[in-house]
Design a binder for this molecule. Structure first.
Ligand code: ADP
Ligand code: MG
Length: 673
């Protein structure tokens, strides 16, 4: 049992107290059968009127349960002879289950049941019954028993770590009362408020969790600030030449971000800065400028991208910019042979390479830097917080840690940033390079696909380039590539004289590099791709973006995809194809895309529609999983949490450590940075 509980993250009796129910069942009442509706989970009491085994498609035992008002069928597919004998006509039962529409009237499949003696009063619970998140081999009754035990024996001396005056001001209950309420809500409590998370007991727990994370991240920063970093100088020949040779003027947002970064780099404490800016605002130039500060100071820089494709593109862009300046670049990809890899490693450890580019492979075992001065994590929301941390530690040498710059195109509202990015300084680029025109966005039903193909033909005919995106239908590279391949064949046939390329996650990196290079060089008219092109891909001449099955994609993803066009001088178009009928949420998303281009606005809408986990890309990676809190629903708690954190940290409250330990887990991971 201990092993099974471990899988739920439960090691001590006290841990059980923080395993909070995901929902509740109401077994405080017995419902008259005549009142039931499908979908309800109910407790019933009655007498079995008839029982028989039928041999239909599946052998099943059917019992007609009758109370004073009506009858309902209990259906069992699995039953032992002994169970069957115990369910004979005349037996009195108390049972619980979900009502559904059966072939002949309402029924409950596999209800939980208990036989009652003739005159025994039906035992009803005086509290709502909690349902816990569980894992194989641990039943609900078992978990209820364990939490009963924990509430009885471990609650008493569980310290309340949030100072009482703060709770009083928010009118939140203390920890013990909150936990008792959440685990064993009294009869008659409005279930909705508990389930929707608006109940003060639930909110109080969410506050504690957010507070703990917030303080954990700030701790991490403080620990970081106590470490040494090598100061990097922004003034030098490489930087100067780079800016002079650049074919465009920096926007004021870019200039300001570079200034802030330069100031950080000049210090001997490690920079921990987030560079935030909408897709296409030009973060890569800023990254390059920062990398050059490291390089001209005689240090190495590493740029980590979330996908191979993006790493490949960075390699191309940065060698175009930096190789003429004499900068030596090295790049690593997952598909490299062992000898190529060894060469890469030697270049880094020997110091021949000044700038390393790759995915997380940059920091895998065996990779050693000679003198890493700066780590850039591009599109950081794709990585987990933990990954980011381990990476800085890897780059540490001789007691010094590298400066850290992380970038994201995900514009998140301030309240969330305060929690999620606590401990990072933020530079935001709010302007776009001049001459950008808003992308004209249209919604077209899948049935008019042939018109879209014609449109692509005429665009390519006049020298433009198009992306045609087939979103992944399941989380699998295999199926994903299957979605793109037939479309590639179809378009190749339908568009004679136009070269159509194919790009998907399963291709080798060499193959992807080749295709992307051809598209960037204008040798392909159309690029059929899966959503691998979603982040970062930059081909300014492409001006048409077609997205199939757009209704399946979230707003953040659609915004990223649309951000691939509208980068050049031509007026760009984005065609979102959808399959009817559209669900309400999907319609809302697509309309939002049509009506706005502002990343912040889209993020706000996305947040409202979907939830913060998705926005931050953390639900997928599981990087930051709150147990109770929900950053959308509990967004309003971020501010009080910050205030409380301020005071607790200021007072040197010993509860800080305990809170971090309680919610964030092994606090050591954070302290180490
Ligand atoms: P993102 O912020 O999404 O990473 P990129 O760095 O890929 O954006 O830049 C998008 C495009 O804009 C690139 O083609 C880049 O060369 C171009 N660009 C960046 N800054 C400027 C600028 N100040 N003026 C004109 N074009 C720019
Ligand atoms: Mg980018």
């Amino acid at each position: 049992m201990a092993g099974k509980l471990e899988r739920l993250g439960l090691r001590t009796v006290r841990d059980l107290l923080f395993l909070l129910p995901i929902r509740y069942e109401d077994r405080t009442r017995i419902r008259p059968i005549v009142d039931l509706k499908p979908g309800q989970r109910v407790q019933l009491e009655g007498v079995i009127a008839r029982a028989r085994v039928i041999m239909g498609r599946r052998r099943s035992l059917l019992c007609a349960l009758r109370d004073e008002t009506a009858e309902i069928t209990l259906r069992f597919f699995h039953f032992t002879r002994q169970q069957q004998a115990g369910l004979s006509a005349g037996t009195r039962l108390l049972c619980y289950g979900e009502v559904r529409q059966g072939p002949r009237g309402f029924e409950i499949v596999h209800p939980e049941y208990r036989r009652l003696r003739e005159a025994e009063p039906a035992p009803v619970q005086d509290r709502l019954t909690p349902v816990y998140p569980t894992t194989e081999g641990v039943t609900q009754p078992r978990l209820r028993g364990l939490t009963d035990h924990a509430l009885e024996h471990a609650l008493e001396d569980l310290p309340d770590l949030i100072p009482a005056p703060f709770l009083a001001r928010l009118r939140f209950p203390g920890l013990h009362e909150a936990l008792r309420t959440v685990h064993r809500p009294p009869r008659g409590m409005a279930l909705e408020t508990l389930l929707s998370g608006t109940h003060p007991a639930r909110k109080r727990m969410a506050l504690e969790e957010i507070l703990a994370w917030h303080m954990g991240l700030r701790r991490m920063r403080e620990a970081g600030q106590r470490r040494d970093a090598f100061p990097l100088s922004a003034i030098g020949p490489l930087r100067e030449e780079f800016l002079q040779r650049l074919s465009f003027e920096l926007t004021s947002g870019q200039r300001q971000a570079i200034e802030q970064i330069d100031a950080d780099l000049a210090r001997n404490v490690p920079m921990m800065r987030l560079l935030q800016g909408d897709v296409g605002c030009g973060k890569t130039v800023v990254i390059a400028a920062a990398a050059l500060a490291a390089i001209q100071t005689g240090r190495q820089a590493a740029i980590m991208a979330p996908t191979e494709l993006l790493a490949e593109q960075h390699m191309r862009t940065l060698s175009d910019w930096l190789a003429p300046l004499g900068v030596r670049l090295a790049w690593i990809s997952g598909g490299m042979s062992r000898s190529e890899r060894r060469m890469f490693e030697a270049e880094l450890s020997g110091g021949d390479a000044q700038l390393a580019i790759g995915t997380h492979a940059l920091f895998q075992k065996g990779v050693q830097y000679r003198s890493l001065g700066l780590v850039v994590v591009d599109e950081q929301h794709r990585f987990g917080v933990h990954q980011r941390l381990s990476l800085v530690e890897k780059g540490a040498s001789g007691g010094q840690v590298p400066h850290q710059l992380v970038t994201t195109a995900t514009p998140i509202p301030r309240s969330l940033a305060m929690t999620f990015y606590a401990g990072l300084d933020i530079s935001a680029i709010r302007d776009m390079p001049p001459g950008r025109q808003p992308v004209n966005t249209v919604l077209i039903s899948q049935e008019r696909r042939h018109e879209v193909i014609e449109r692509v033909a005429s665009a390519c005919g006049s020298g433009r380039q198009a992306y045609w995106v087939c979103p992944l239908i399941e989380e699998s590279d295999y199926i994903e590539s299957q979605a793109a391949e037939p479309t590639h064949r179809e378009l190749s046939e339908a568009l004679p004289g136009i070269r159509v390329g194919l790009l998907h996650g399963r291709a080798t990196s060499r193959e992807r590099d080749r295709v992307m290079g051809q598209f960037a060089a204008g040798k392909l008219g159309v690029l059929v791709a899966t959503t691998v092109i979603e982040v970062g891909v930059d081909v300014p001449k492409a001006s048409l973006m077609i997205v199939e099955n757009a209704e399946r994609l979230g707003l953040a993803q659609l915004h990223q995809l649309r951000g691939r066009v509208g980068r050049g001088a031509d007026r760009s178009h984005c065609v979102l194809m959808y399959r009817s009928p559209l669900g309400e949420m999907a319609r809302e998303r697509l309309n939002t895309m049509r009506s706005t281009h502002d990343g912040f606005e889209i993020a706000r809408k996305d947040l409202a529609l979907r939830g913060a986990g998705e926005i931050l890309g953390v639900r997928q990676t599981g990087a930051l999983q709150f147990r109770v809190a929900d950053l959308v629903r509990d967004g309003a708690l971020a501010e009080p949490a910050q205030r409380i954190a301020e005071e607790m940290l200021h007072d040197g409250d010993p509860a800080v450590e305990q809170l971090i330990h309680r919610w964030v887990g092994e606090g050591g991971r954070y302290a180490r940075v």
